[in-house]
Design a protein around this ligand. Structure first.
Ligand code: BDR
Ligand code: CA
Length: 314
């Protein structure tokens, strides 16, 4: 059994990643931690509750975290995810409430309580992780693994010309995480782009009952339109690709690397400079997912989109 804590700025693709985890019988989701990002953090917390409600999930605790990055004002992505972060699809409000404990404290506590067991999957800006690391410097050794969707390997940005959103939205936090031995398994933007789901296949997947048709079709309609307007060959699902790599390591190709995050800069803030291992590199501080097999991702999406309430762990 993989025991997961999911740190998220949910987000349409975060929602799909959450569904993948909930539908996987080999995964136990212990908690969610929420962070500013695609939308303000209170809305993110609400969105996690709405996704859990949509599939009848049990009372998995949600810990609300940072409302802004370590430095500067928050950056949001409502033009992609909609004003509510879930495609403005009218998903009902949730009655689920965040726990009183702040997310970074909860992360540190859970890591200690389950030493050597937890896989932390971060799907947003790394603010909560950097704060947890400051509170518990042993965090890297306490976790079983750490996966992050973020950054870019060839400076192909989706937010600026060179920066990916999760890196750009808190570069200081990302820099701290790479500097302090968290050694992420990083799923960069370029890998996400190459793991697209062709349109004809995507349309068949979202037609699946009950979750595909009742939930996913609705929340992804806006992103689908944007992907088509920008002439993508299929649906782009960043956080779902990261979740696939997290829960099924056999579907991901990896390479050791040294990653530095640009925290200054006028035009390059949030850029991740990646040097793959091999002479004359500096010590490695990350592993990069360079490819994710889309047949495995497709199988996981199919399982999630056909999830019935009886199949959801409570
Ligand atoms: C990442 O940024 C967010 O908009 C998505 O949810 C994903 O985590 C992609 O750059
Ligand atoms: Ca996200």
């Amino acid at each position: 059994m993989r025991r997961l804590v999911i740190d998220t700025d949910a987000g349409v693709d975060d929602a799909i990643a959450i569904l993948l985890a909930l539908a996987d019988p080999s995964v136990e989701v212990l908690a969610f931690t929420t962070v500013h990002g695609n939308v303000p953090v209170a809305q993110v917390t609400q969105n996690v509750g709405r996704v859990l409600d949509a599939v009848g999930a049990g009372p998995i605790p949600i810990f609300q975290g940072a409302a802004r990055p370590l430095v500067g004002p928050p950056v949001h992505a409502t033009e992609v995810h909609g004003a509510d972060g879930l495609g403005d699809a009218g998903l009902p409000a949730t009655r689920r409430q965040a726990e009183p404990e702040p997310a970074p404290l909860a992360l540190a506590r859970l890591a200690r309580a389950h030493a050597g067991e937890l896989l932390l999957v971060a799907l947003g800006p790394l603010t909560n992780i950097a704060l947890a690391l400051a509170l518990e410097p042993e965090l890297p050794r306490l976790l079983r693994g750490f996966v992050w969707m973020g950054g870019a390997i060839r400076a192909q940005g989706n937010t600026t010309a060179v920066a990916e959103f999760n890196a750009y939205a808190d570069p200081e936090a990302a820099a701290s995480v790479f500097e302090h031995a968290m050694r992420p398994l990083m799923v960069p933007w370029e890998t996400v782009l190459s793991a697209f789901i062709p349109w004809s296949l995507w349309d068949r997947l979202v037609a699946l009952e009950p979750v595909g048709q009742r939930v996913v079709t609705r929340i992804t309609a806006r992103v689908r339109r944007l992907c088509q307007e920008t002439e993508q060959p299929g649906m782009i699902l960043p956080d779902a690709v990261a979740m696939a790599a997290a829960v099924d390591p056999s579907c991901a190709q990896r390479k050791l690397a040294r990653v530095e995050v640009e925290t200054g800069g006028r035009v390059a803030r949030g850029l991740t400079a990646v040097q793959f291992a091999g002479p004359p590199t500096l010590p490695v501080n990350a592993e990069i997912v360079t490819e994710v097999r889309t047949d495995s991702l497709t199988a996981m999406l199919r399982r999630a989109f056909t999830l019935s309430p009886e199949g959801v762990k409570t």
